[in-house]
Design a protein around this ligand. Structure first.
Ligand code: FAD
Length: 369
């Protein structure tokens, strides 16, 4: 069996790439070794916050805004095409400060945030923060409030992208890719645990496992897994109406009615098991942000792995030295937000050899010494 484009990995990056290619009339084959959305793309919190985080403002700001623009579009298009409600909600966020240093860090980005069209960002004092969410701790000094942020249910989004793509001719195939076949400089197929598949272009959307491709490409790919865990809790009413955050912690009531609270940043290799230590760490941060949540009951705990490059930036674009191979990974803590923009960039490169997003900082070959 031959295909023009093979996409390795059925996370948000692989499935958005498949979707945008298929909409342009290029149906690909997606190869996934587990199940679609069965890793971070199916278990993430789904916060879409393009105005904050590592590299924002900075090299990740443009792709963050592009990701948000495409999420808004997808909320209409894939929902209509598939009948799957992806639970996209515009939802404001409060980033809390408990110390002067928290406040200085948050206020440092504020004037840039206030210049971004489509959002309202402002510093609110503690009493105003409690008018927005009455259970915010008395110990909070204040917060940055941003209106215009959003969230989405990542697993439903990946499922909807898959269904929409399949309707446009995409094939999802179960299998594990173990290498590439090439003829001189040109890729001619992928090697699977059982057999191979001919193609003229390959997209590597392997998420935290992207480092495995170093051996296939002869180029170092410095991407590692950064484990994160989330608690889903039955919490006292009323629902938390915005996303409340503090450092790398956050909490909000999701459309399933549960309070989702996260998260950890753990260097634990490829281990995807939940742990009591993470439960306690997340629970303590939740209670620091909103003490009334001490009464919340744990319903479910999840763990998954973020793909994180050694410099924190994306790997996005053509792989050097081998024609027809593209890489899209490194979304880190914001891979759901970046995902549609990453998929769109790769689809544009395959279809027209150009893209409107600046990719200089994201060159997949940059770790070669
Ligand atoms: C706790 C937690 C909370 C998060 N919250 C948010 C959030 O609020 N907002 C946000 O924007 N982001 C969030 N993220 C980050 C986001 O989930 C990830 O960055 C994103 O899902 C990565 O998507 P991906 O497609 O690159 O990788 P993945 O989802 O890991 O998909 C990669 C796929 O490739 C497959 N694969 C790998 N190797 C092979 C192979 N050799 N052959 C075939 N298949 C292969 C894997 O099985 C996997 O399904 C969170 C992450 C965590 C862990």
């Amino acid at each position: 069996m031959a295909s023009d484009v093979v996409i390795v990995g059925g996370g948000i990056v692989g499935m958005t790439t498949a979707y945008y290619l298929a909409r342009a009339g290029v149906p690909s084959v997606v190869i996934e070794r587990d199940a679609i959305g069965s890793h971070a793309s199916g278990f993430a919190y789904g916060g879409l916050s393009p105005l904050s985080g590592f590299g924002i403002p900075g090299p990740l700001a443009e792709i963050a805004q592009e990701g948000m623009r495409l999420h808004r579009e997808l909320a209409g298009s894939v929902g209509e095409e598939t009948g799957i409600d992806i639970d996209f909600r515009v939802r404001s966020s409060l980033a809390l400060a408990f110390t002067d240093s928290d406040a200085r860090r948050l206020q440092g980005a504020l004037s840039w945030q206030q210049r971004q069209p489509g959002y309202t960002a402002r510093w609110v004092d503690a009493s105003e923060a409690r008018r927005i969410e009455s259970r915010i701790s008395d110990e909070a000094l204040g917060a940055v409030s941003i209106e215009g942020t959003a969230d989405v249910e990542p697993y439903r989004l990946v499922l909807a992208l898959t269904r929409a793509s399949e309707r446009l001719g995409v094939t999802v195939r179960h299998g594990r890719v173990t290498g590439l076949r090439r003829d001189g400089r040109r890729v001619t197929g992928v090697l699977l645990e059982r057999g191979s598949l001919d193609c003229s272009s390959v997209v590597l959307g392997l998420g935290p496992w992207s480092g495995e491709a170093s051996a296939w490409l002869g180029v170092p790919i410095e991407v590692r897994p950064l484990k994160g865990q989330i608690l889903r809790l039955r919490a006292p009413d009323p629902p938390v109406a915005c996303s409340v955050g503090w450092g790398h912690n956050y909490a909000t009531t999701k459309p399933d009615g549960l309070l989702w609270a996260g998260t950890t940043e753990e260097e634990a290799g490829f281990d995807e098991e939940t742990t009591p230590a993470a439960r306690d760490e997340i629970g303590a941060a939740l209670v620091r942000m909103m003490p009334a949540m001490a009464d919340a009951q744990l319903v479910h705990q999840t763990a998954c792995l973020r793909p994180l490059a050694s410099d924190g930036l994306l790997l996005l674009g053509r792989v050097p030295g081998i024609d027809g191979v593209y890489m899209a990974t490194g979304g880190g803590r914001k891979g759901i937000l970046f995902g549609p923009a990453m998929g769109r960039v790769i689809a544009d490169l395959i279809l027209s050899d150009t893209t409107k997003v600046a990719l200089d900082a994201f060159a997949p070959g940059r770790f070669a010494r």
